[in-house]
Unconditional design. Structure first.
Length: 257
């Protein structure tokens, strides 16, 4: 159990709040387990018709806890807390929505690719700095981003790993609406309540049809990415990047070939 992820049922909506402000909501193994448990409730509990992922007005999540990254992944990717969470989310049959303010780094951006709708504050900063950390794409991003945004845009986001704004994300088609940060969560929750009031089997059929063209390939991709990601976590490049983060400096990759 962790109190760093809070869940609360509001009507038929399960609100899942990432709550680790002193570490910019960075996600630990225990927090992924709690996120996975929440998505399992979405799968299993008939009273829950929609899930909302949120953080605070200042921060969604700074992504994986970098100290946990430095320790490597405990086991095969799909059996790890993060792998379980991502697979449960990617195969969810009921709607998932996200409210994003401030940083949404790494998995903070890639988990959004598995949400049906995303609302972002004008303070949102998205980033997938996997290559910058000596790592590689995860969460199905190497499949979904090129097919949704086009190959060159996906390559820019994944190879340079720079931060991009809510305006950029809207232009790229990654989010539905830009809000004042104080309104993001309420706007997203209002949408969740509307989704929860829709005919549930019709929504399940709609989601199944939206996901069907890529679902099998997505699962395979996530496994391949996960294996490579685990290997990259043990690489000297990643070790240099994690050390540099702890020392608050830019990593020096000049000695690697
Ligand atoms: N893992 C562990 N600790 C993290 C963290 C992470 N992913 N992200 C932030 N923190 C910690 C910082 O080390 C800092 O700790 P300190 O107060 O002991 O120095 C604290 O959270 C606050 O972060 P800070 O960097 O001072 O906040 P900021 O507002 O200036 O910047 C971010 C916010 C998210 C842009 C920045 O923290 C960041 O880039 N974090 C790393 C993101 C990342 O690479 N994630 C992995 C993606 S694959």
């Amino acid at each position: 159990m962790t109190d760093l992820v809070l869940t609360e049922q509001q009507g038929h909506v399960l609100v899942v709040r990432i709550n680790r402000p002193d570490r910019k909501n960075a996600l630990t193994h225990a927090m992924y387990t709690a996120l996975g448990d929440a998505v399992e409730q979405l799968h299993e509990n008939a009273a829950i018709r929609c899930v909302l992922f949120t953080g605070s007005e200042e921060c969604f999540t700074a992504g994986n806890d970098l100290s946990d990254f430095a320790a490597g992944l405990p086991g095969a990717f799909e059996e790890t807390p993060v792998g379980r969470f991502l697979f449960l989310l990617a195969t969810a049959t009921k709607p998932a929505v996200a409210a994003v303010n401030g940083p949404a780094v790494g998995i903070g951006t890639t988990l959004l690719l598995h949400c049906d709708m995303v609302f972002a504050g004008n303070n949102a900063r998205f980033q997938m700095p996997f290559a910058n950390l000596g790592l590689c794409p995860e969460g199905g991003s190497s499949l979904l981003l090129p097919s949704w945004l086009g190959r060159v845009r996906a390559a820019e986001l994944l190879m340079l790993g720079g931060a991009f704004t809510a305006d950029d994300a809207y232009r790229l088609g990654l989010i539905n609406r830009i809000c004042e940060p104080a309104d993001t969560e309420a706007t997203a929750l209002d949408t969740c309540q509307k989704l929860a009031a829709q005919a549930p089997a019709a929504l399940r059929a709609t989601k199944e049809l939206l996901n069907r063209p890529t679902l099998e390939e997505l699962k395979t991709t996530m496994l391949v990415e996960g294996k490579k990601f685990s290997e990259r976590l043990k690489s000297p490049e990643a070790a240099e990047a994690f050390k540099a983060f702890m020392e608050k400096r830019t990593p020096d990759f000049s000695k690697f070939d």
